[in-house]
Design a protein around this ligand. Structure first.
Ligand code: ZN
Length: 568
């Protein structure tokens, strides 16, 4: 895939005699001043960015990219105008399917690890645009529910890199129709920008008399939700000391605003009942989250959509989701997720998002029992099953992603949710709560920090588990019954000796249930990668069947989990 991208770069610049390294520079710092004119769907920016050369050699050329519906106006270094060439660069990382690229010649070469400050200016419009989806065959009517970013007089919502490049980025071309190309380029950008400091003040132009009165910007600050009344100019500031997995996003509409710390609900008039589902869910959700993850303190914003069919989106503690449906179950689950972020900040995606999804599953269990939680996790398994099949089949190719370092959502959300669930099943609620209670984002520097917290609370060696699931991607387990020997003691007690075999590359502690005349019994057993484990089970009647895995372990193959026991 990387080969194709490099080829794309060369093809795109056939008139230039050097190979442009588009990902050589990382933008280490943004300080932007944006002005919106909603009636014109217009955005203008004057700001400063700091470029850091992350490549191995000196660089004099940088390719800065913004959405193709925006245009570069000026680029300066030390107050002096620098030369640049503008061109359209085809890439599905933007909703328009293309970027406006400024190929900038810097006044001097920038050595590896060194930085340069640029003053930049660009402007243009951000209307709703479904191009990158419709050009790969998604019907317009469906595409617009996903591609909802826009500036408009009644509803403005614009997500950043990966959706709309409303601030400059530096990426290779991403292609939606090329397998995982888009996700690889977007994930790579996220990983490169994880440590970036981001600040953007978004202000409605003084000329705009019709603009809505509420603006929201996702932010990493404690006082994060910004909202302005008409008395002053409407504005908001989005800022983070480091971006992590966050996508800078702003929204503006004539919202009904209701606040009860730490939650603020922004809803459209007519969606009062849907908004109330969130307010009503707050108390039980707070109680549940506080019991596991500590007291939620950072502000949480739930923001409504004008179009009820819009696909939900979250970034940090901001969730955009339609409130038209009045679904109290969903409101509770959504709220739990955001409150976990509020209570437990972490710069590790698998901890930050993994715990939030894990909490959703636990909340389901509280409301509907363990099976409801496992059904919910089952939906997550589907998300990473294919990727893990590739990883298991060809581990030497490095197609897999270590959970500890990945910026791929399917891993740090879906796989991580399972990993936390398995850890809970293995060590029990109290030790895991104790470990989470001691977790501090600032102390999380050593990759083994989480493992050590849980091991010391649980007094159990979990090195093998973290090796297989967190520090490396060894695919998934595939556990089956290798053999069963039923026998009876002299005083008539029924016993079976069970040997389980793990055909996969990741070990697991897996539950298995033996059905016998008059009942069933469930046990748990550790089966390491490519290994076997044997145990004995005593029961009150003749055994007939063994079922492995209740759904809590994400195996690659679930078809070999039932075994009929025949009489000896
Ligand atoms: Zn989240």
């Amino acid at each position: 895939m990387r080969f194709l991208c490099v080829l794309g770069v060369l093809c795109g610049l056939s008139s230039v005699s050097f190979a442009l390294e588009r990902e050589a520079f990382t933008i280490a710092k943004y300080d932007l001043q944006l002005t919106l004119e909603p009636e014109q769907q217009r955005l203008g920016d004057r700001g400063k960015i700091t470029l850091r050369n992350d490549s191995a050699h000196a660089q004099k050329i940088v390719a800065l990219q913004i959405s193709s519906s925006l245009n570069w106006r000026s680029i300066r270094v030390d107050g002096k105008v620098v030369q640049f060439v503008s061109q359209t660069y085809v890439s599905d990382i933007d909703h328009t399917g293309a970027l406006s690229e400024a190929i900038v010649t810097l006044p001097a070469e920038i050595k590896p690890k060194e930085s340069v400050d640029l003053e930049i200016g660009y402007e243009g419009v951000i209307p709703r645009d479904t191009t990158r989806l419709t050009q790969v065959g998604v019907p317009e009517a469906i595409a617009k529910h996903t591609s909802w970013d826009q500036i408009s007089p009644s509803f403005t919502a614009v997500r950043g890199a990966g959706y709309v490049a409303w601030y400059p980025i530096t990426t290779e071309s991403a292609d939606f129709s090329e397998g995982n190309s888009l996700f690889e380029v977007a994930d790579r950008w996220k990983a490169r920008a994880a440590g970036t400091e981001f600040k953007a003040r978004v202000t409605v132009s003084g000329e705009s008399s019709e603009a809505p009165s509420t603006m929201i910007c996702s932010s990493g600050n404690d006082n994060f939700i910004q909202q302005s009344s008409r008395a002053q100019q409407v504005s908001a500031e989005c800022s983070w000391k480091r971006l992590g997995t966050v996508t800078p996003t702003f929204a503006m509409a004539e919202y009904v605003v209701e606040s009860k710390a730490p939650l603020t609900v922004f809803s459209f008039p007519g969606h009062e009942a849907g908004a109330a589902k969130y307010s009503n869910a707050l108390e039980p959700a707070m109680k549940f989250v506080a019991g596991w993850f500590g007291q939620p303190t950072a502000p949480v914003a739930i923001v409504d959509f004008a179009d009820a069919n819009s696909a939900p989106f979250e970034s940090g503690t901001l969730l955009m989701a339609s409130m038209a449906a009045e679904d109290s179950k969903l409101a509770g689950i959504n709220l739990v997720h955001e409150l976990v972020h509020s209570a437990l900040p972490s710069s590790r995606p698998w901890v930050y998002e993994g715990l939030a999804h894990f909490a959703e599953a636990m909340y389901r269990q509280e409301q509907g029992g363990r099976q409801a939680a496992l059904d919910f996790l089952g939906l997550h398994r589907a998300a990473f099953l294919d990727a893990e099949k590739e990883a298991s089949a060809a581990p030497q190719k490095g197609v897999g992603q270590a959970l500890a370092t990945t910026f791929d959502e399917t891993y740090y959300r879906s796989k991580a949710a399972y990993v936390w669930w398995m850890l809970r099943d293995m060590v029990g609620d109290e030790p895991l709560k104790q470990a989470l209670g001691k977790y501090r984002a600032d102390d999380d520097k050593d990759p083994k920090y989480v493992e050590q917290l849980i091991e010391s609370a649980a007094k159990r060696d979990l090195g093998w588990f973290f090796d297989d699931w967190v520090y490396a991607d060894r695919g998934l387990p595939d556990i089956r019954v290798q053999s069963v020997h039923p026998w009876k003691t002299e005083n008539g007690v029924q016993i079976i000796t069970v040997t389980l075999e793990n055909l996969g590359g990741a070990g697991a502690e897996i539950p298995f249930t033996v059905t016998f005349e008059g009942g069933e019994i469930t046990k748990r057993i550790e089966v390491h990668a490519k290994g076997t484990a044997t145990t004995r089970v005593e029961m009150a009647g003749t055994p007939s069947e063994i079922r492995i895995n209740d759904g809590s372990v994400p195996e690659s193959d679930l078809t070999n989990n039932t075994f009929k026991i025949t009489a000896p």
